[in-house]
Design a protein around this ligand. Structure first.
Ligand SMILES: [Zn+2]
Length: 461
């Protein structure tokens, strides 16, 4: 096997990199807590310092309506070279519940191969990995194989409320040929995976009204429509007996996986008993003839997330409820369009309601699903880079949720690839968050190889 580009740089730099990461983890940059706003800023500033030391000539904090983001660029590769934008975040989840940590969340510890502390894997370790890969190439070669931009936000853990506006305001500055997301996991140390898609989301609140006011159950009960029952009937009609979503047209635009995508997805091990245990449920259900992994990643769902009506307080109240509401969150997959699905849902809800029952619908969200095609040149580059370090190509997986990746792809109009080295057992967002140092070092080597591979792509004319 060829020598990896950053092998000797890494050998000479591990202690320094670890020391930097430990210092960074000591900053409690909890974006959810206003009391930690200065810490979130200090975390961004420390990150900016790492970037300056790495050799980025232009580094700055970008102000948003909330916590600042860090931006840096190195554009010395020239116009014929592609431009890569690396995304990550400098904020962390709260340390609570503190008493469940073996050592305090913001007093990082190294024991053997494991670094523990809040933010170790999500996402400071993975951000520093990218900075150090660039630093290594710059120090070994004096230049990078691509024009490199990095954007590390400070509000990822609170849902990126200002991120899209930040992107919109800096379209020219952030322009790139590919985005590399460095806030991700892989299945296991010997099973590299990469997320190639995320589901979209559109949700509704449905209010039904059967009468101007609740009615006495002794006088009216048994004759007048009951809003609680109407809502319950509508909600239970949301799925058919095969547990498929019964909204007409819901599946019309769902693209089946290509054989390559399906083979890769099904090669990722899945332990159903463990999955059940983690959720704490007795059994699994859902769309017939689809595996749990498909149902949580490549198939759309319509989840009843709440249903409320009538009297739920202490004792009893003898009424026929006049209003009820239920909420439905639909996860979408390529090529479903949020607006089209929303329209189908509206029609379905109106059709379900009995004549004369007033139905009021309020829509929430409207995030499109995204997927990077398996034959995308940038994804091929990632596969080769991972192959060089792990000895095997990454399997392609889809994420069931949604995240800032979607906005990056949509607003910047470029392919998004995801390279992450956190492991499912790293307990991000939970007590005792960890980072495997073996993963960090391999990830750093692969991040360098990825930039080299991407550098072999031509900038689009
Ligand atoms: Zn994260």
């Amino acid at each position: 096997m060829d020598e990896l580009a950053l092998a000797s740089y890494l050998e000479g730099s591990k202690d320094r990199i670890l020391a930097s990461l430990v210092e960074w983890l000591k900053i409690p940059s909890v974006s959810a807590d206003p009391d930690h706003a200065t810490d979130v800023r200090a975390s961004a500033e420390m990150c900016a310092g790492f970037l300056r030391e790495a050799g980025f000539p232009a580094v700055e904090l970008l102000e948003t309506g909330g916590h600042p983001a860090v931006y840096a660029e190195w554009l010395g590769a020239g116009e014929s070279a592609p431009t890569v934008l690396v995304y990550g975040h400098t904020d962390v989840q709260p340390g609570d519940p503190i008493e469940e940590w073996d050592s305090p969340p913001f007093e990082p510890r190294i024991s053997g191969d494991v670094l523990s502390g809040r933010g170790a894997s999500d996402d400071k370790g993975q951000v520093l990995m990218q900075i150090e890969a660039a630093r290594g190439l710059l120090s070994d070669r004096g230049e990078l194989p691509v024009n490199l931009k990095v954007l590390f936000e400070g509000e990822e853990e609170v849902g990126s409320p200002h991120f899209e506006a930040l992107l919109e305001a800096g379209l020219e500055r952030f322009a790139a040929d590919v985005v590399v997301v460095s806030d991700a996991t892989m299945e296991a140390p010997d099973i590299p995976t990469t997320a190639v898609g995320m589901r979209g989301l559109v949700a509704f609140d449905v209010v039904v009204r059967t009468a101007p006011a609740d009615l006495h159950s002794g006088i009216w009960g048994g004759t007048v429509p009951n809003a609680a029952l109407v809502a319950a009937r509508m909600a239970s009609a949301l799925h058919d007996e095969r547990r498929r979503v019964a909204v007409p047209g819901f599946y019309d635009d769902v693209r089946e996986l290509s054989p390559e995508e399906a083979a890769s997805l099904n090669a990722i091990p899945f332990d159903e008993a463990e999955f059940r245990r983690t959720a704490g449920v007795a059994y699994l259900e859902g769309e017939e003839d689809r595996t749990p992994r498909e149902r949580t990643s490549t198939r759309p769902t319509a989840e009843l997330v709440g249903i409320h009506s009538g009297y739920g307080g202490p004792g009893m109240k003898t009424i026929v409820p006049a209003t009820a509401n239920f909420k439905v969150a639909m996860r979408l997959v390529p090529d479903q369009e949020p607006d089209k699905v929303a329209e189908a849902f509206r029609r379905w809800a109106q059709d379900q309601a009995p004549e004369g029952v007033e139905v009021t619908l309020t829509k929430f969200g409207g995030v499109a699903p995204m997927v990077t095609p398996a034959d995308s040149p940038a994804l091929r580059c990632l596969s080769r880079a991972v192959q060089k370090v792990w000895g095997k190509e990454p399997l392609l997986e889809r994420i069931g949720g949604s995240g800032p990746e979607e906005a990056l792809g949509r607003v910047l109009g470029v392919p998004v690839i995801s390279f992450g080295i956190a492991l499912p057992g790293d307990r991000f967002h939970a007590p005792n968050e960890t980072l495997s140092l073996a993963q960090l070092w391999r990830g750093l080597l692969a991040a360098g190889e990825l930039l080299i591979e991407l550098g072999s792509l031509k900038a689009p004319q």
